[in-house]
Design a protein around this ligand. Structure first.
Ligand code: HEM
Length: 166
């Protein structure tokens, strides 16, 4: 899947304030719908394809519910605060923009500086892979269409790998 950008500094599709400092499926060249629609009109964003705010929220809720419940993700659950309420809000706000929707995160916190914000947490291969497995499970349980889920997983992997700091 060569259409997903791999440059960690790839910008957003809008050309306005950066929605991310890492690979984003919200970028215009992700090609999720452009190819399918023949690129005759602006492509649907991954945000729209997921069902907008409520779809993104449902994915985030499932993701953190799974992180809380599944022993397989205990390693990354441990890195998070006791209550995940704040984490849920922040990931939701961030993903809305990252997926090509409204820039809620940037409006509240400014530039994401996502890698810098993860530096306090020891993130290696194991943590990256747990995060990915948790997200892939959430995508499956939320019944995100297989093609979209696959492209999102690829884009998530680029970002998760960029978070590694050991
Ligand atoms: C690679 C494995 C990852 C681990 C172990 C990890 C872990 C964490 C932890 C422990 C926090 C702090 C939670 C809190 O303050 O409530 C956090 C915050 C956050 N994470 Fe991750 N994360 C990973 C990957 C990702 C990815 C791939 C994304 C986005 C696609 C992401 C988006 C965020 C956001 C937006 C925040 C809030 C940052 C802030 O404003 O403080 N993380 N992450």
């Amino acid at each position: 899947m060569s259409s997903v950008p791999t440059d960690p500094n790839t910008g957003p599709s809008t050309g306005s304030a950066a929605s991310s400092d890492v690979s984003s499926p919200g970028t215009s060249n992700v090609g999720i719908a452009a190819a399918e629609a023949g690129a005759a009109r602006p492509a649907s964003t991954p945000f729209e394809l997921l069902g907008g705010e409520s779809g993104v929220r449902a994915l985030v809720e499932r993701f953190y519910d799974l992180m809380d419940l599944e022993p397989a993700y205990a390693g990354i659950r441990r890195l998070h605060p006791n209550t995940l309420d704040g984490s849920r809000d922040k990931l939701h706000w961030y993903l809305c923009g990252w997926l090509g929707g409204p820039n809620h995160y940037i409006e509240r916190f400014g530039h994401p500086r996502l890698r810098a914000r993860h530096l306090p947490y020891a993130i290696g291969i194991a943590e990256r892979d747990q995060w990915m497995a948790c997200m892939v499970q959430a995508l499956g349980e939320e019944q995100v269409a297989t093609g979209l889920a696959g492209r999102l997983a690829e884009a998530f992997f680029g970002t998760a790998d960029w978070m590694r700091n050991r």
